[in-house]
Design a binder for this molecule. Structure first.
Ligand code: NAX
Length: 338
């Protein structure tokens, strides 16, 4: 057995929290030989739900679960934390403008960033799930004085997995046969799901496989533009329409895979995650943007794959999503938060 890891989950009494906790405690995230201590952070309205989940965790008698603590104090929750999964956020209410939404979330992610700076372990890393995830990560990173900004990432792995899922359906191959899909930009409807570098296990490019399946290059391009990109980018809304509730188990699964690959390493090719830009691909520094990333699993976290080529159409789509991220950052700045 390895030493135990302290994981703080915010919004743990919510839907995604409930889908996350049991899988983490069962060893799905960090492996079957790494015990975990869970810290569940909630607001007073959500604390009973988190306490109930803690009782159920006890009833599972997971061998890897060393402890579960429920708290409404961010300082307590992040004290000594090594991994943060920042799920709890303020949803957009009826008639709420973007500035109100960003202000409400700044009131959550700012203090959490400060609590991380005050007490988290030196190797701490966080993934932000709560929306608007990219900008919430930016707010937390800026508030975490003294913590390197690259410790904060935002989740676009769900978008990445959604893109792979669409290709699986059309190409009739297994998910593990598809590599090097990319989600560029914001976790929002402006994101750019890109298959230009994607390929199958036998080396065939996804573009060639699509042309083969769909009856030529033009048909493949039309499918990418008219079906694939909008469907992946708006999948969240489709799930709400069909299911009557937002994505939960798939979001929890993606968050687990994001942390697992960051901590233990990516294997075949790259994945997608939103990282604080250091100017890669001309993205303004400091913006939290989704890129193709790899991790060696050595504690250094994700690293952006650089120097991939775009065609003009792809570059325009990516630029539009980056422009949205810049506008979100500027709106937060205007509130005096950054
Ligand atoms: P729920 O409303 O079920 O749960 C959110 C929980 O967060 C609630 O229990 C609430 O009490 C708690 N909370 C609110 N403010 C808090 C604070 N300051 N500290 C601690 N806890 C707090 O939402 P759920 O379905 O679990 O979704 C959570 C977030 O994930 C939402 O913001 C949602 O938009 C976002 N998503 C992000 C995705 C992504 O890929 N990045 C996909 C799925 C999901 O839409």
């Amino acid at each position: 057995m390895q030493r135990s890891t302290t994981i703080t989950i915010t919004g743990a009494g919510g839907q995604i929290g409930y889908a996350l906790l049991f899988r983490i405690a069962a060893g799905d995230m960090l492996g079957a030989d790494r015990p975990v201590r869970l810290r569940l952070l909630e607001i007073p309205q959500g604390v009973r739900a988190a306490e109930g989940a803690a009782l159920e965790l006890q009833d599972c008698a997971f061998p890897l679960l060393e402890s579960v603590d429920v708290t409404v104090s961010a300082d307590e929750a992040f004290d000594g934390a090594e991994i943060g999964m920042l799920v709890g956020a303020r949803p957009r209410g009826p008639g709420m403008e973007r500035a109100d939404l960003l202000a409400a979330n700044a009131g959550i992610f700012g203090p959490q960033g400060a609590a991380i700076a005050a007490g988290a372990a030196s190797g701490f890393r966080a993934v932000v799930v709560g929306n608007p995830a990219n900008t919430n990560a930016l707010i937390a990173a800026s508030a975490a004085d003294g913590v390197p900004a690259d410790r904060f990432t935002a989740l676009t792995r769900l978008d990445h997995n959604r893109a792979v899922g669409q290709l699986v359906e059309v190409l009739g191959v297994g998910a593990d046969e598809i590599a090097d899909v990319i989600i560029w930009g914001n976790h929002s409807a402006t994101q750019f799901p890109d298959v230009a570098h994607a390929h199958l296990a036998d080396g065939t490019t996804v573009s060639a496989a699509l042309a083969d399946r769909l009856g030529g290059t033009e048909a493949a391009i039309a499918w990418l533009d008219d079906v694939f990109i909008p469907r992946v980018a708006k999948r969240g809304a489709e799930i709400i329409e069909v299911r009557g509730s937002s994505s939960v188990a798939s979001a929890a699964n993606a968050a687990i895979e994001h942390v697992r690959d960051e901590q233990l390493g990516t294997h075949r090719g790259w994945t997608s995650a939103a990282l604080v830009s250091r100017g890669e691909y001309g993205v303004p520094e400091g913006i939290v943007c989704s890129f193709p990333v790899v991790s060696r699993g050595d504690g250094a976290g994700y690293r952006v794959i650089e120097d991939l080529a775009f065609d003009a159409r792809g570059r325009a789509l990516f630029d539009a999503s980056v422009a949205e991220l810049v506008a979100e950052r500027d709106a937060v700045r205007a509130l005096g938060v950054l």
